[in-house]
Design a protein around this ligand. Structure first.
Ligand code: NDP
Ligand SMILES: O=C1O[C@H](COP(=O)(O)O)[C@@H](O)[C@H](O)[C@H]1O
Length: 504
């Protein structure tokens, strides 16, 4: 007979997967860049702190400048500045010994031959067995070329059962045609199961928790449909501007930068049917079904904006057109919103309102589920307030449920109260950026939290006609002040349905 202790450990084992990867080398292209320093090296170090890296392991940074002497100290500095060095410098020192650097231009074939030899030598010294995780932390125009050159130099396939995987950064394409071309170019040399298209929102705890919240509990899912839900809002609001990324943002804008990827990924977890298991293939099928069920969006169901000068957190800030390396007559959007309808039985008649923008009043990323009112108000005090469930992704990540409650006293007065769960209060402060989980999953070969080729094309199928329609219509920009909640058209989008945007 199983003891209680035994049965708990069996249950725990069934809820967690293998969590230490095979010996391998993580090869980061774009190693002198911002992403590597601020996110990737700190994330790998956090994995080391939790003993989640294999014993036989190395990181090799690749970029054009000769940084062999300064790379490791520079990265160490990034890790220390990012916080979370709670096991002292000794652990960090040990981690930095595993960090190496190799300089080459991305289009230099000799460089790839040199890199191949460098990695093989490390395999020989460390016993990493030829397993590679290539991370393309580079500008999107390099994604296909670097992948193809790695393949040309015989590094895209491992010998025997040694795996070789690629993490490709975002943005994955700028419209449907470019996303398809990128998929084709990469598929010419890699199998789909080698490709990990990263969206760091899928590494955020609350986003990962959406399927758990829905499918590992029995009290929410029965209500998760058009019988009980009035509408759903997803907000990706940032108070920061474009942070010096003028040239990038001029080519991107809010729809390409955040709505097409981060917000659509979140939406798919909120709206999907229960997958048959939480394995990559099963989850991807359900996510794809959601995106494909979204009705083409009429242009009247969209709103866009660009911020002008204003005040954020009491400080004067410039408008988008005054930002460094931005066209003073730019038509680029720094705010995008739309109403989506999902054509399936679960969501018939339940609009999903989504929005993302820069220089808004505050930084809030959240999903707000607004429930229908009871069919009859037996308390006779006018309209009851709806129940609202908020999945707060950041900051102050947590979950809260708002409901009507009797105000203590001799009369029957109803007021809104909330039950709130806060991650930091329960689990303590976390330094995890989301990249920890995603890097670990890629080393373990688990693509559940990564985008798939067909999924990326499905979201671009939806978004490309909107971009084209917007590009054909000049707007009178700027149309919202920095520090506000965006353009009035976005408010009107909900007002005409008798609703309003909510932030918790
Ligand atoms: N930074 C962030 O927070 C985020 C970034 N991303 C994505 O990650 C990717 C990288 O972004 P980020 O780190 O900000 O970019 P950076 O511009 O900071 O870094 C680019 C890197 O590529 C190297 N590089 C550029 N051209 C060449 C070349 N011809 N040969 C060799 N090396 C070259 C640069 O080397 P050198 O230093 O010598 O110029 C640098 O290491 C992008 O796709 C971005 O969209 C996604 C989410 C967030
Ligand atoms: O990918 C991107 O995301 C960030 C927002 O990420 P967050 O983790 O800080 O919420 C956004 O600022 C940036 O423009 C975009 O490229």
């Amino acid at each position: 007979m199983a003891t209680q202790e035994n049965s708990v450990s069996q249950a725990e084992a069934s809820q967690t997967k293998q969590n230490t990867p095979d010996p391998c080398i993580v090869v980061i292209f774009g190693a002198s860049g911002d992403l590597t320093k601020r996110k990737l090296l700190p994330a790998l170090y956090h994995l080391e702190q939790q003993n989640l890296l294999p014993e036989k392991f190395a990181v090799v940074g690749v970029a054009r400048r000769d940084l062999s002497k300064t790379f490791a100290p520079d990265m160490k500095d990034g890790i220390v500045k990012g916080g979370g060095v709670d096991q002292g410098e000794a652990k960090l020192g040990k981690f930095m010994e595993r960090v190496h650097y190799f300089a080459t231009e991305f289009d230099n074939d000799e460089g790839y031959e040199g890199l191949k030899k460098y990695l093989a030598d490390l395999d020989g010294k460390l016993g990493t067995g030829g397993r590679r995780l290539f991370y393309l932390a580079v500008a999107p125009e390099f994604f296909a070329d670097i992948t193809q050159r790695i393949a040309k130099h015989g590094m895209a396939k491992g010998e025997g059962d040694a795996w070789v995987r690629f993490i490709i950064e975002k943005p994955f394409g700028t419209d449907l045609a470019s996303a398809k071309k990128l998929n084709d170019d990469i598929h010419a040399v890699l199998e789909e199961d080698q490709i990990f298209r990263i969206d760091h929102y899928l590494g955020k705890e609350v986003v990962q928790n959406i399927p758990i919240f829905r499918f590992a509990n029995s009290i929410f899912e029965p209500l998760w449909n058009s019988n009980y839900i009035d509408h759903i809002q997803i907000t990706g609001a940032e108070s920061i501007g474009i942070e010096g990324r003028g040239p990038f943002y001029e080519g991107a804008g809010a729809l390409r930068d955040v709505l097409q990827n981060h917000v659509m990924e979140v939406l798919s977890f909120v709206a999907m049917e229960p997958p048959t298991s939480f394995e990559s293939a099963a989850v991807r099928i359900e996510k794809l079904k959601v995106w494909k069920a979204i009705r083409p969006v009429p242009i009247e169901d969209t709103a866009r904006g660009q911020y002008g000068p204003g005040k954020v957190d009491g400080q004067d800030v410039i408008g988008y057109r005054q930002e460094d390396r931005v066209n003073p007559e730019s038509q680029q959007v720094t705010y995008a919103a739309m109403k989506l309808s999902i054509d399936n039985l679960r969501w018939a008649g339940v609009p999903f309102y989504i929005r993302a923008g820069k220089r808004l009043a505050s930084r809030v990323t959240e999903v707000v589920v607004v429930f229908k009112q009871p069919l009859r108000n037996i308390f006779g005090q006018g309209e009851l307030e709806p129940n609202v469930l908020t999945l707060r992704i950041q900051p102050d990540d947590g979950i809260s449920v708002q409901f009507g409650n009797k105000v203590p006293g001799p009369t029957t007065t109803i007021d809104q109260v909330a039950m709130t769960f806060n991650y930091a209060q329960k689990f303590g402060k976390s330094y995890a950026s989301g990249y920890e989980r995603l890097l670990l999953d890629a080393m373990l070969g688990d693509g559940t939290l990564f985008a798939e080729g067909a999924g990326v094309e499905a979201t671009w199928t939806l978004m490309t006609p909107i971009l084209e329609a917007w590009e054909g219509q000049i707007k009178d920009f700027p149309n919202y002040a920095a520090g506000s909640w965006g353009p009035k058209e976005a408010d009107e989008l909900l007002q005409r349905d008798g609703r309003e945007w909510r932030v918790s």
